[in-house]
Write a protein that binds this ligand. Structure first.
Ligand code: NAP
Length: 278
């Protein structure tokens, strides 16, 4: 594929912008980490009032073109990208990597294209041949999704469509959390990815997925956090990133904090990288 033939939506991320991200990147594929779970990066774009979108079910553009290219560079560095069913229903995203130099964008095959993974415990995403993920796949610009569900027998017509494209359902048990919620456990999700040969995953959202991953019993699984902060307030009523309150000795304490922090201006946005302080 020559430059002239690159898809119109191809993104370029300059080499000189990559260095500050390196300490937060997963180990190189096949470097043989002993862990039995996928290496996990939490990444999203937020407003100044810690919101991801104007309202649940709405797609809201927050980051500028520079940070968007960065997100696609990050996708190229992970084996999998993950979102919740709320996001896939709201946004119908392509969930591929549009960076120049990956498969479908100047490189042959699907080299550098991450596996989309969707958390959908009740298998309620009503996908079809025309869903954007499958359009990308037919054009050789993305992979088929894996859907993490709690259903032992997901709907056969959905299974058939997924499998036709090379995707699949992965069934995991729901577990009752200390506050009585029936949830998929992050350890079992990340272990299932590792078993599939997916050594790293970038968790992108939305609000419920991020808040669940930031709960005290799960945040230890996060290796890196990379947040794009856009200079805008969305106003009340949007999709908020705010993990559950945490108590120690009867006192409220911060839910989480970052350490090894780096701030990098990016166009009009700022990118914050850090590690969860455990
Ligand atoms: N700014 C950004 O970077 C960004 C990124 C992604 C998404 N978004 C926005 O975020 C919004 C969607 O967020 P959202 O909170 O509504 O949806 P979401 O987080 O994408 O999906 C939420 C659903 O995922 C399932 N889920 C999440 N964690 C789970 C767990 N631990 N165990 C079991 N199930 C779990 C639940 O499904 P059930 O309800 O079926 O149980 C839950 O309702 C959209 O407007 C989207 O545009 C923004």
């Amino acid at each position: 594929m020559t430059t002239a033939e690159l898809p119109e939506d191809t993104l370029v991320f300059a080499d000189e912008c990559k260095a500050f991200l390196e300490p937060y990147m997963p180990p190189k594929k096949g470097s043989g980490t002993a862990s039995d779970i996928a290496w996990t990066t939490l990444t999203f774009a937020t407003s100044l009032d810690s919101q991801l979108a104007l309202s649940p079910g709405t797609r809201t553009v927050l980051s500028g073109p520079d940070s968007k290219a960065m997100t696609h560079y990050l996708r190229s560095r992970h084996d999998a990208i993950m979102i919740g069913v709320g996001t896939v229903v709201a946004d119908d995203p392509g969930l591929n990597c549009r960076l120049k130099g990956v498969g479908g964008y100047g490189e042959v095959g699907l080299k550098g294209q991450p596996r989309p993974v969707i958390i959908d415990p009740k298998a309620r995403w009503n996908f079809s041949d025309t869903s954007k993920i499958f359009c990308m796949l037919r054009e050789g610009r993305g992979r088929a999704p894996y859907i993490i569900t709690s259903l032992a027998m997901p709907p056969p017509e959905k299974t058939a469509l997924l499998e036709r494209y090379g995707g699949k359902f992965i069934t995991l048990p729901l577990v009752t959390s200390p506050d009585g919620k029936e949830q998929l456990e992050w350890r079992s999700i990340l272990a299932a990815l590792k078993k599939e040969g997916l050594e790293s995953v970038m968790v992108e959202g939305g609000g419920a997925v991020i808040n669940s991953l930031l709960e005290p019993r799960s945040q230890e699984f996060i290796e890196s956090v990379i947040v794009t902060i856009a200079p805008t307030w969305l106003g009340q009523g949007g999709v908020v990133v705010s993990p559950p309150r945490r108590f120690e000795g009867g006192q409220v304490i911060p839910a989480s904090r970052l350490t090894s922090v780096c701030w990098q201006p990016f166009g009009e946005d700022v990118v914050l990288c850090g590690k969860i302080k455990l």
